[in-house]
Design a binder for this molecule. Structure first.
Ligand SMILES: NC(=O)c1ccc[n+]([C@@H]2O[C@H](COP(=O)([O-])OP(=O)(O)OC[C@H]3O[C@@H](n4cnc5c(N)ncnc54)[C@H](OP(=O)(O)O)[C@@H]3O)[C@@H](O)[C@H]2O)c1
Length: 325
């Protein structure tokens, strides 16, 4: 099969197209003829080795790619519930492997698109991240109907899925921040009540307090979020795109404000509770099918994986980038 491999950590140039043996599905697995593989910032972190010291992180040689869509190619022994040729998307799995013409997937992390009418490029761009958003808002932040939500870095791949999911859960108002005024146009399709720049959001909210702040960015916006948090508000940490030194928030900062900071990382969560994936993902398929969640998607051929990484690191991507096969 065709695949993009990383044989050593480094810049985008380490992404090399090569031929590899096709994976064979074992029990609880299936393989997918990949048509679309999404590119996320976490792929860049894996490629650079930013997460290398942490337990369970994949090491080179590896085929990157946590999110893939296509059609079922083969089923592992005893696997039922899917048919060969059926359109599917796989969710996050630490075995990676999405940048390849055949992707090995866990059945528990795979969702059918059969009969949904959902475009596979939209599905691979939105479904894994929106499933993360759904689990984070329901199981961790416990978002209640009528609560308000502020999403930092809202033009980003993960963040852009939160507004639609929050609305579907009954959020009253959904605000966003972006890093510059030029980015605001990239958020017009997200159905936000208002968008602010990250250096101004405290001032522009003008005393309007927020129940849940979603933060995949970190750094100064994380610290400043305490100033816009309502009583019993929650800051939901879902990433660290800025890769700055960690935020100097103390227990007293939270205690004195009746505030909470909560973390959510979908990989370890679903590794511990794989059965949580499908019900959440099926809610997201419904949102996609009803057109309530739509992302801006740009496509590049698989052979341009290095260019895709270069653009994402340079923050030139207006929505999501998808590699096509
Ligand atoms: N919790 C989970 O399970 C989970 C799942 C998926 C991803 N993540 C994490 O979420 C974070 C975002 O991933 P993504 O794929 O959504 O990335 P992305 O599409 O590149 O989006 C990154 C966002 O962060 C903003 N940003 C602010 N400062 C930045 C900086 N110094 N460098 C890069 N971006 C900066 C960007 O703003 P501009 O657009 O204005 O540049 C953009 O909105 C990553 O830390 C990733 O590991 C977590």
């Amino acid at each position: 099969m065709r695949a993009i491999t990383i044989n050593e950590f480094g810049g985008p140039q380490v992404l090399t197209e090569t031929e590899l043996p096709e994976p064979r599905p074992g029990p609880g697995q299936l393989t997918i003829d990949t048509t679309h593989a999404a590119v996320g910032l976490v792929d860049v972190f894996f490629r650079r080795g930013d997460l290398a010291g942490r337990p369970g992180m994949p090491q080179p040689p590896l085929v990157p790619g946590l999110e893939a869509a296509g059609t079922v190619r083969a089923l592992g022994p005893g696997v039922t519930g899917f048919q060969v040729g059926e359109p599917v998307v796989t969710l996050t799995q630490m075995s990676l492997g999405g940048y390849a013409s055949v992707t090995l997937a866990d059945v528990a992390m795979t969702v059918s698109l059969k009969g949904s009418g959902v475009d596979p490029a939209q599905a691979v761009s939105a479904l894994p991240n929106a499933t993360t958003a759904y689990l984070a808002l329901t199981r961790v932040a416990h978002l209640q109907k009528g609560e308000s939500v502020l999403v930092h870095g809202v033009a980003g791949g993960l963040a852009a899925t939160f507004p639609a999911v929050a609305r579907s859960l009954g959020a009253s108002r959904v605000f966003g921040t972006v890093s510059s005024r030029a980015r605001i146009k990239d958020t017009e399709h997200l159905g936000l009540d208002e968008v602010f720049t990250s250096d101004q959001f405290v001032k522009d909210l003008d005393g309007r307090l927020t129940d849940v702040v979603v933060d995949p960015v970190g750094g100064d916006v994380r610290t400043a979020s305490l100033d816009v948090l309502a009583q019993l508000g929650r800051i939901l940490l879902v990433g660290h795109a800025a890769r700055t030194p960690d935020t100097p928030l103390t227990g007293d900062d939270l205690w004195h404000r009746n505030a909470a900071m909560l973390g959510f990382a979908v990989g370890p969560y679903l590794a511990a509770d794989p059965d949580a994936a499908r019900p959440a993902a099926e809610k997201v398929v419904d949102l996609l099918a009803r057109g309530e969640l739509t992302l801006r998607v740009d496509e590049l051929p698989l052979s341009q994986a290095a260019e895709a990484h270069r653009r994402l690191e340079a923050r030139e991507v207006p929505g999501r980038l998808v590699l096509t096969l």
